[in-house]
Design a protein around this ligand. Structure first.
Ligand code: 5GP
Ligand code: MG
Length: 177
């Protein structure tokens, strides 16, 4: 185990089982109806790479790199570092996210895609941390609901580190305090 990890929350095998069961649900729900899978960079990359290979149907993939920011008097805006390449108008969209915390990022990205005339926008998240939720965002697919702890690994970072860990662990608070 990495020295900065306090404890392992989800091991490799458990992640694999979670990914497999989400893939089966998606296959069943979309039932050969084509969709566009849009990953939110960078945290979702590992999850999305594993998930897409378990879904046995046709779909295309794209990425968006964005995060929400809170202006002094604004209710929060979306800063897009890299927008999608594809035309989502009239298309069914499945957003793939690593973890939903306040929900603000996803609320904005969902709105952004609806403004581009997406036909439907569903959300698939590996982790859901509902303790700090600030907006009404209800993921359609959730791998695991986690307590209010800061986790890293399997794509999730702290200061761009730990994304390469094959498991998900609770980061030792001494690293960020
Ligand atoms: P929110 O839902 O608050 O708008 O933001 C969600 C984003 O915050 C996630 O995509 C992720 O990048 C980051 N985040 C929230 N909780 C955690 C956590 O426990 N660990 C890591 N590494 N990132 C988190
Ligand atoms: Mg993220």
């Amino acid at each position: 185990m990495h020295k900065d990890i306090e404890s392992i929350l989800v091991c490799e095998k458990e992640i694999e089982n979670i990914v497999n069961s989400i893939a089966k649900l998606i296959e069943k729900d979309y039932n050969c109806r084509e969709f566009i899978m849009i990953g939110i960079l960078k945290g979702s990359m590992t999850f999305m790479a594993d998930l897409m290979r378990k879904i046995n149907m046709d779909f295309s993939v794209d990425f968006i790199s964005a995060s929400s920011y809170q202006g002094a008097y604004s209710t929060g805006n979306l800063e897009i570092y890299r927008d999608i390449d594809c035309d989502v108008s009239g298309k069914d969209i499945l957003i793939v996210e690593d973890i939903v915390d306040t929900g603000v990022t996803l609320e904005h990205i969902k709105k952004h895609l609806i403004e581009k005339n997406a036909k439907s926008v569903k959300i698939c998240t590996l982790f859901d941390k509902p303790a700090e939720r600030k907006v009404d965002i209800f993921p359609d697919y959730t791998g695991l609901t986690v307590p209010d702890v800061f986790i890293v690994g399997y794509g999730l970072d702290y200061n761009e580190l730990y994304r390469n860990l094959p498991y998900v662990g609770i980061l030792n608070p001494s690293v960020y305090t």
